[in-house]
Ligand binder design. Structure first.
Ligand code: NDP
Length: 494
């Protein structure tokens, strides 16, 4: 049966009597300082995101400053801005005429400062001349960010400063706690933005809108009716010259420890009273505190997590070398490129329901979705034939889509069950993911930022599995690049 397209419903209007979801313009950031301005993240993702945000008219009056250890001239910084802003100046998307003028103004007023952030007093001295409130974006190697924060003192920071921390946030529960303690000496928790660019506003709000604005769904959103939830981020991209980072992270740390656990928590959280960051982030934290890989005992980890690495293959018509033969990879690091963990949320709503989180590289297809599989009906009237398949809800994250697989009476023979898929496109924000995240930072709203305690919880959840991988207790499996993973790793779509 062909998919039936159903238009997405219009966005609900905000009830004037309820609390506003964001703190508004009160603490709006005046200056964005990017530390690590000559780096890859800044050029490829951050500046294009900033540019789209400004061009959309949503970041009025901003000053943009770059700083880094490279000896860059003003001309070289302007060249980087010109290259990174080009797309926002020409793309139709969300840009407005005033926004584009604003972007040109921001570029003209932007400057670069050579600065070693690990030299005592250097960053503090630089900040003395910067107009606050400031958002200080640490687009630096994690160890450099840590050191820079350790030598900063509270009095270095203009009033209202926000610290923006990139992933990975620590490398274990212990190191994340240490970094949290360092940051807590500088600014209050709600002024710390731990970035997870997968938590774009549209992704988070689409899940919450679907769950909490539809009585039909929320009613059955629990272990009584749901068999399992899969959250899958598979991509055909390979290492793409990122061995320096990825060969020490792997699919588990790169994707599952951070992004997929956060998405799981939003899928599983209790309904918040408001969309205020206090309510939403408290409910996210409560889910993560209750979560374990497997049912909590280390003895069953082998049944609840697995890992694999790609061998040589072909993706489309592109030959791909084995991961271990990619430039910069050290096979001794034993890095996985595909990982899966089965998480249980040990509370009343979800006891016994597996949340299967899976992500990998060099796969034959791009698949970014959450799939909710419902339990079978308790009794199918005798007389129906055909396949009685479970009801499934798919929430697509790229592109943002929704589809519901249902059994209906087939054409021709009404006694035979057939499958139908109802589909809708979900709203997406024309801002790039980093534009969405920066929108929250610049408007001083930590709703989409990872709270300190949940950053630690995410490490605590996966650490037993990572230890079992490291010790060899769970063997490294293999799959050919361009395949859908090892043959026995099936998911609901296979
Ligand atoms: P790069 O190595 O490309 O850039 C790091 C930047 O930091 C460089 O500009 C470097 O300058 C600067 N730097 C290093 N030491 C100092 C110092 N003491 N004082 C001032 N500046 C310094 O890293 P990325 O841009 O790739 O990554 C930055 C952060 O973003 C990391 O935490 C990473 O995990 C995270 N991230 C990166 C992504 C990406 O796609 N690149 C994606 C998601 C997160 P110099 O060149 O002179 O050393």
């Amino acid at each position: 049966m062909k998919p039936t397209s159903v238009p997405a419903s219009p966005p609900a209007t905000h009830d004037a009597g309820s609390p506003a979801p964001s703190p508004g313009a009160a603490g709006r950031i005046k200056t964005l300082v990017i530390l690590g301005a000559s780096g890859d993240l800044t050029g490829r993702l951050l500046l294009p995101g900033v540019a789209r945000l400004i061009a959309s008219g949503r970041a009025p009056g901003l000053t943009l400053l770059g700083a880094g250890s490279d000896d860059w001239t003003a001309g070289k910084w302007q060249e980087r801005l010109t290259n990174s802003f080009a797309d926002a100046l020409t793309s139709e998307g969300a840009s407005t005429a005033d926004g584009i003028k604003e972007l040109q103004r921001v570029q003209q007023g932007s400057s670069y400062q050579e600065l070693d952030v690990t030299a005592k007093g250097a960053l503090g001295g630089f900040l003395k001349n910067v107009q606050g409130p400031v958002a200080l974006y640490f687009a630096l190697p994690p160890a450099v960010s840590q050191k820079a924060c350790e030598i900063l003192v509270k009095s270095d920071l203009p009033a209202g400063t926000r610290l923006v921390m990139e992933k990975p946030f620590g490398s274990s529960t212990e190191s994340a706690a240490k970094l949290n303690a360092t940051l807590a000496k500088l600014v209050p928790e709600d002024h710390i933005h731990r970035i997870d660019h997968f938590l774009g506003k549209s992704t988070v709000l689409n899940i919450m809108g679907l769950r909490f604005a539809n009585r039909l769904l929320e009613h059955s959103w629990n272990g009584e009716h749901i068999e399992k939830v899969e959250i899958v981020f598979d991509e055909p991209l390979t290492l793409e010259n990122r061995a320096r980072y990825y060969d020490h992270a792997g699919a588990g740390r790169d994707m599952i420890q951070s992004h997929l656990l956060q998405i799981m928590a939003i899928m599983a959280m209790e309904p918040p009273a408001t969309l205020n960051e206090h309510d939403v982030r408290a409910n996210i934290a409560s889910v993560l505190r209750a979560s374990t890989v497997g049912r909590g005992g280390s003895e069953d980890l082998a049944d609840h997590s697995r890992r694999a690495r790609y061998t040589a293959g072909t993706i489309g018509d592109r030959p791909v070398p084995a991961y271990v033969d990619e430039t910069g990879v050290d096979p001794a690091n034993d890095t996985e490129t595909l990982a899966e963990v089965e998480v249980y949320i040990n509370n009343w709503r979800w006891a016994g329901v597996p949340f299967i989180l899976r992500s990998g590289k060099a796969l034959g297809r791009s698949r970014k979705e959450a799939v909710v599989t419902f339990k079978p009906v308790p009794h199918l009237p005798v007389g129906f034939t055909g396949t009685d398949s479970p009801t499934r809800l798919h929430i697509g994250f790229g592109p943002a889509t929704l589809s519901l697989d249902l059994d209906v009476n087939g054409p021709g023979d009404l006694f035979t069950l057939d499958r139908v898929q109802l589909g809708a496109e979900l709203a997406s924000d024309p801002l790039l993911p980093y534009g969405e995240v920066l929108d929250g930072v610049l408007s001083a709203d930590p709703l989409l930022s990872v709270r300190g305690d949940t950053a630690e919880e995410c490490w605590r959840i996966v650490e037993p599995a990572f230890a079992a991988w490291k010790s060899g207790e769970i063997p490294m499996e293999e799959y050919a690049a361009g395949s859908n993973g090892p043959a026995n790793w099936t998911t609901s779509n296979d």
